[in-house]
Design a protein around this ligand. Structure first.
Ligand code: F6R
Length: 627
């Protein structure tokens, strides 16, 4: 997602050839990997702020800076924006200015109460130039700076503190003010921010790649903290001014690996991004009473109440997320839900009318097969909702409504964090429809949301304990074929586990519904054949768990090596498994958010052990824009 850089240097740095603009633009270049659709900078010089911003690539901003240079400066901020509120335009790009153009702010995250704050500021006569939540934060800081402190130059930090006490949601904010030319103030809640410590200069970055060319000394800012940097000092407090300590560490990555957050590949990084991807997708979509507030779903609630069929359209991994969605939506909403590969859909004369809700799922929002299927469904009168990870892309633009997954840009070709975010968004949509139609009690919705809110920490737990799984993966690098079995929501997980292995490790892999085994595929089982089995919670429906345990026994009796993913505390699988990998307890319907993770790790580790380029598998493209 967005990239953020801040810099303050002293005159000795100027002699060494450093300028705020160069440092900031170089930092933004290093942060490009995070994905963005516009970029901007602001520097403080000659008693005022000079800002330039441009939609599109960093090269557009650089061309703009060449055509219309900013003055030399030693204080500056820079931003690459990945659009959330408002399209990727010049106007919506950061920085946003306030206090008569004397204050500049950049932001990563989502300010959830921006609408309410905007009304308040509009009533005070503030005029807004963009559609962004960031401009509201800038206006709030500017308003506080001017009204509370009468513009007293030394109070940018205090204005930031007071503003942060009013902001809800996730944010990293950086601000510079013309009245305080040697200072950058930053705040952090739920979004990342790292301080880089230099000699006669200090830095801020969304991650260390923002300043890795200049220093390896870093301090990670804690949750709900504010930092004020000058060329010589770094002061950290909480949002109420209480001093806080920052723990310094040494960054031993080289610049290239810094872009991957120190991971060996983008895929590994994205697997590790998943706690955040799920948390961000949940963020701001329900209120404290457990009521879903999906403001993006602009379809008339009365029309949604009349829906008598849902069709989920997607391809590949996204279609497997759709299969999980089917189980959840049918369970909660009691609406018949079909999942169809988008490229098959329109060639079979499907039955679609104005009471059909079509839910498309696409990470890129540009997959041609999915786009064509959505267009076809709309022509037939269906209502269309897109679950998408890419703001402003074609599929959401052409749909009646969109529910964005906030997974951040996915660079590796094989989808990981987008998959988990798609499933999360589909759950939210299912709960929203159930709420609207009165299918389940609000207390139940609150319980599911509470279970969902615990998922990020549980994913982290799986990531932290993946050592034995990685070891197994490396030992299996010469396998010729691996099978995956699952039932109920474990079935799409089995399909996804097989797809990951095929696409990045080039190993033959098949996912099966475990019950289907005896109808044919069991003939494939031979001595030593590795079979992953995704086992549902023993606390769920009795028959479901025991049926899968029987399936493990069936394949094991025929010589298979059984590799089992099961819920912590499930002792019943131990006797039949060569290896068991446990995931934390969670309700059966939500289990794919956990059980998928070991299979992703397995595929990535095994492909890495084979020496393959995990991020760019052969023959594949990230976005399939041809039919
Ligand atoms: C597999 C993978 C693909 C995509 C599919 C749809 O790891 O990434 O199967 O899921 O090509 O792409 P989107 O979601 O962009 O429509």
């Amino acid at each position: 997602m967005c990239g953020i850089v801040g810099y303050v240097g002293n005159s000795s740095r100027k002699e060494a050839g450093h300028s705020a603009l160069d440092v900031v633009v170089e930092g933004l270049r290093r942060l490009e990997y995070r994905g963005y659709d516009s970029a901007g900078v602001a520097v403080v010089a000659d008693g005022s702020i000079s800002s330039r911003k441009k939609s599109g690539k960093l090269s557009n901003l650089i061309a703009e800076l060449e055509a219309d240079p900013v003055p030399e400066s030693l204080t500056g901020i820079g931003h690459t924006r990945w659009a959330t509120h408002g399209g990727p335009t010049d106007q919506n790009a950061h920085p946003h200015l306030s206090d008569g153009g004397r204050l500049a702010v950049i932001h990563n995250g989502i300010i959830e109460n921006f609408a309410e704050l905007k009304q308040e500021l509009l009533a005070k006569g503030v005029v807004f130039a963009s559609e962004t939540d960031t401009e509201v934060a800038a206006a709030l800081i500017g308003d506080i700076f001017r009204t509370e402190f009468d513009g007293d130059g030394a109070n940018l930090t205090q204005a930031m503190r007071l503003a942060c006490q009013r902001l809800e949601g996730a944010f990293t904010l950086l601000a510079v003010h013309a009245d305080q030319p040697d200072v950058v103030v930053a705040a952090r809640r739920n979004s990342p921010l790292v301080v880089g410590l230099g000699d006669g200069e200090n830095f801020l970055g969304s991650d260390v790649s923002g300043f890795i060319d200049y220093t390896r000394r870093a301090v990670e800012l804690g949750q709900d903290q504010i930092v004020t940097i000058t060329a010589e000092s770094v002061d950290i407090t909480d949002f109420f001014g209480k001093p806080a300590e920052g723990k310094e560490y040494h960054v031993d990555w080289d610049p290239a690996s810094a872009e991957k957050g120190g991971f060996s590949s983008f895929m590994e990084k994205e697997i590790h991004d998943q706690p955040d991807a799920v948390a961000q997708t949940l963020l701001g979509r329900s209120d404290l009473d457990g009521k879903l507030t999906l403001d993006e779903v602009r379809i008339d609630p009365e029309l949604l109440k009349q829906v008598n069929k849902i069709i989920v359209l997607a391809c590949g991994t996204a279609a497997y997320a759709g299969l999980v969605a089917k189980y959840a939506i049918e369970n909660w909403c009691r609406i018949p839900t079909e999942v169809e590969l988008a490229h098959e859909f329109r060639y079979r004369d499907p039955i679609v009318d104005s009471n059909t809700l079509v839910v498309s799922i696409s990470q890129s929002g540009e997959t041609m097969d999915t786009l064509m299927a959505v267009r076809y469904a709309r022509e037939q009168g269906a209502k269309t909702i897109s679950i998408c990870n890419t703001n402003g892309s074609t599929i959401p633009r052409e749909s009646d409504a969109v529910l964005y997954t906030h997974a951040g840009p996915e660079i590796a070709v094989a989808s990981t964090k987008a998959f988990l975010a798609q499933i999360t968004a589909a759950y939210l949509l299912g709960l929203y429809l159930a709420q609207l139609r009165g299918n389940i009690f609000s207390g139940q919705i609150k319980d599911v949301l509470a279970d969902l809110s615990k998922i990020p920490a549980k994913i982290q737990h799986i990531l932290d304990g993946a050592g034995p799984l990685r070891e197994l993966a490396r030992s299996m690098k010469d396998e010729k074929s691996v099978l995956f079995l699952g039932r109920h929501v474990g079935y799409p997980v089995a399909l996804e586990g097989a797809l990951k292995l095929k696409e990045i490790a080039y190993i033959h892999a098949e996912g099966f519904a475990a019950g289907e085994l005896k109808h044919g595929p069991i003939a494939l089982i031979d001595d030593g054949q590795p079979v992953f089995v995704v086992v549902p919670s023993p606390r769920g429906r009795d028959s479901l768990h025991s049926k899968v345990v029987s399936n493990i026994q069936e394949v094991r009796a025929r010589g298979a090596r059984t590799l089992v993913i099961a819920e912590e505390g499930d002792e019943s699988v131990k006797d039949y498994a060569e290896h068991v990998f446990y995931v934390p307890e969670t309700p059966t319907l939500l289990m794919p958010l956990l059980t998928t993770v070991p299979l992703q790790i397995f595929a990535a580790e095994l492909a890495g052990a084979k020496g393959y380029d995990v991020d760019q598998p052969r023959n594949l493209a990230k976005s399939v824009t041809v039919e």
